[in-house]
Write a protein that binds this ligand. Sequence first.
Ligand code: HEC
Length: 108
Amino acid sequence: MKLLLPLIIIFNSSPSIAWDNDPATGLINKPGMELVRAHCTACHSARLIIQNKAERPGWLSTIRWMQESQGLWPLGQVEATILDYLSANYGPKKVGRRKRPPPELLPP
Ligand code: HEC
């Protein structure tokens, strides 16, 4: 029983829970977050990003659209990392259920 509570906490934690997120922007604190914070919150709130869900091509086209019409600068080498971050953390697949924990971690 002692083991159960921490497990419940770990497996219930979702990306929207505060301690996972950058306190300044609310962005999910995963690799690439600093780049997104630096390049993507200069003109608008990170909320625009957090509210959006897209596969990688969708994020790329949003970026191209901002570059063509909103004055977003070329992202150069960091573009790939930014796209990795966005599609991993703000992709449509995150909407569904999380993967089940492996059986050996579940209570008998
Ligand atoms: C040079 C300014 C600028 C920068 C930097 C910028 N954006 Fe934007 N972005 C805009 C403007 C302007 C809009 C339109 C805002 C509105 O509709 O109110 C926008 C809108 C958006 C939207 C909403 C698009 C939609 O379809 O409604 C998303 C998502 C977004 N930006 C993501 C990003 C990401 C990711 C980055 C970093 C790669 C970024 N932005 C960097 C200017 C910028």
